[in-house]
Design a protein around this ligand. Structure first.
Ligand code: GLN
Length: 196
């Protein structure tokens, strides 16, 4: 891939995503300000703490991301990143970027166990994908355009709508690069469409 993928670099597992992208031979850089979004082909929103990330981002950056979502720009949100991309958050009046028509419940997994690792069957990727969950959100509602891609104990934990991909878990904390590769393919298709 020719373009560069950004990783929202305010808080959380930023470096791990950059390492995963670099291992796949993709140029990647951290993004902290709206101006740094210029020229990117896609953006990863990492796990961490969604309230903290939203406060550090501030209204200007969130508004810019909302606008990019409306143009079909490729986003991949993991854990807190998925919360930031969701249209609705249970128990919260306001959502953030609202780029994917899902409702999420924060900290839905691991109320008893803070974190756990399991193996998931992911549509189109494989039935042996390792997944690390850390106080993870679950998807509790999906709009008609949203495709569920993986479940854990009945709950949807990975989904896609258009160019927006979300996971409840952290693929960047494993050595398995298949989910990042899947996102890169989404970005490549988007680049091809835009260039036409
Ligand atoms: N529980 C965190 C939140 O609500 C997400 C946890 C994570 O990203 N690992 O933002």
């Amino acid at each position: 891939m020719e373009g560069t993928i950004g990783v929202l670099g305010l808080q959380g597992a930023v470096r791990e995503h950059i390492v995963s992208l670099s291992r796949l031979g993709v140029a990647a850089r951290a993004v902290k300000k709206a101006e740094e979004l210029d020229g990117l082909s896609g953006l990863i929103l990492p796990g961490g703490e969604s309230t903290a990330i939203s406060l550090l981002a501030g209204g200007g950056l969130l508004a810019r991301l909302r606008e990019m979502g409306r143009t079909g720009f490729p986003f991949f949100g993991t854990c807190a990143g998925m919360i930031l991309l969701a249209r609705e958050i249970e128990g919260q009046e306001e959502a953030y970027i609202r780029a994917i028509d899902i409702t999420v419940a924060r900290n839905a997994s691991g109320r008893q166990v803070h974190s756990f690792e399991t193996v998931l069957s992911v549509d189109g990727i494989g039935d042996d994908v390792p997944a690390v969950f850390i106080r993870a959100p679950y998807i509790t509602r999906m709009g008609p355009g949203v495709r569920p891609l993986a479940r854990h104990e009945g709950a949807v934990v990975m989904a896609r709508e258009g160019n927006v991909l979300v996971t409840s878990f952290h693929p960047e904390l494993t050595d398995d690069l298949r989910i990042h590769r899947y996102f890169i393919e989404m970005v490549e298709n988007y680049e091809r469409e835009v260039r036409q």
